[in-house]
Design a protein around this ligand. Structure first.
Ligand code: ATP
Ligand code: FE2
Length: 323
């Protein structure tokens, strides 16, 4: 079975093609880049996706050397409604054209499943850190469950909004990482862990005050050290509570070498295994949707009108038919 998967939950319009055994035949994407002064504009992102969708689909089919897939998968949530609708519309068009079933996929679980496949881990905990999302997810008693998450903004959005205020180009994460390496002095930052959750709004407020008086390199260094320590603390607690000994770090922020290092050290100290997939699979991409489509093929339907977007779809609400 060959599945074509469409990702359009936020910035990325991605199309992947996967085979039964997880082989990736294509993984093509285009990114909407938000303006310098503010974050993602849903209307602009939608227009961008509408403009680029057909070319990305065409390229993925060409690269995969297939005539037509057997199944279409589409990420229907969580995400930004206008963006999600572009992916769903394209997915329905293709499924109708080829008269093949359509399956809806949860974006967060797709991140986890591609990370699990890529690492060969059996039952990992996932620390999912991106622009809009910061969550710890793992499988327990028949469901994927959210063990901890941000109570306000995602870690990536915190980095990007700080970047906008200090004139760093989008995405700010890589620039902050570079500056942080040169930081020498630790500047006090809010350390906000509440049970299994974290909160970054206090950090955001503090950063606004620090910009004028502190050296940017020191602020970047302290920001990373504090926020990443918060994430590693709740991740370690989730591993201890669930008795799991494999960790996957994923999402766009997973590209950060310092965060990878902190996760690796924590895992080594617990005798656990750690993996961070390469960025093509860690950031938003179509291949994770096509692979999750293969796994979830039992949920596929030809009653296309029953498939809709679900912008607030949480990982623990997903029907898991493949584990
Ligand atoms: P989602 O829809 O899952 O929330 P997204 O649209 O935010 O995803 P991703 O590609 O998963 O897209 O993540 C982008 C985020 O990753 C941005 O906030 C960016 O600043 C951050 N990022 C990228 N590289 C780094 C890095 N080296 N260090 C820290 N953050 C990074
Ligand atoms: Fe994502």
């Amino acid at each position: 079975m060959i599945c074509l998967g469409i990702e359009s939950t936020a910035h990325t319009f991605g199309v992947g093609v996967s085979g039964d055994w997880g082989e990736i035949l294509a993984n093509v994407k285009s990114h909407y880049k938000p303006p310098k002064s503010w974050g993602i504009d849903p209307t602009k992102a939608r227009e961008y996706h509408e403009k680029n969708a057909d070319a990305v689909i065409k390229k993925a089919i060409k690269e995969s050397h297939i005539k037509k897939p057997d199944l279409i998968a589409v990420a229907t949530g969580p995400g930004i409604p206008p963006c999600l609708l572009v992916g769903l519309k394209k997915a329905k068009e293709l499924a109708k054209k080829w008269k093949i079933p359509l399956v809806s996929v949860n974006h967060a679980i797709a991140h986890l499943e591609i990370g699990k496949f890529n690492s060969n881990f059996k039952d990992p905990i996932m620390l999912y850190v991106s622009g809009g999302n910061t969550q710890i997810i793992a499988f327990q008693e028949g469901k994927y469950r959210i063990f901890g998450e941000t109570q306000d903004i995602g870690i990536g959005n915190l980095l990007d909004s700080f970047g906008r205020k200090t004139g760093l180009d989008f995405p700010a994460g890589p620039k902050i990482e570079k500056l942080a390496k040169k930081g020498k002095k630790y500047v006090e930052m809010p350390y906000s862990v509440k049970g299994m959750d974290v909160s970054f709004s206090g950090t955001s407020t503090k950063l606004k005050k620090l910009i004028e008086k502190e050296d940017l390199e020191n602020v970047c260094y302290s920001l990373q050290e504090t926020c990443f320590a918060m994430l590693v603390e709740i991740t370690e607690r989730a591993m201890a509570h669930t008795n799991k000994n494999e960790l996957i770090l994923t999402g766009g922020v997973a590209a950060n070498k310092r965060l990878q290092e902190m996760c690796r050290i924590m895992c080594e100290e617990r005798g656990a295994n750690f993996n961070a997939p390469k960025i093509e699979l860690a950031g938003d991409n179509g291949a994770m949707i096509s692979w999750n489509g293969i796994l979830a093929r039992k949920n596929a339907t030809k009653n296309y009108e029953t498939v809709d977007i679900n912008p607030k779809w949480r990982a623990d609400e997903v029907k898991i038919t493949w584990r």
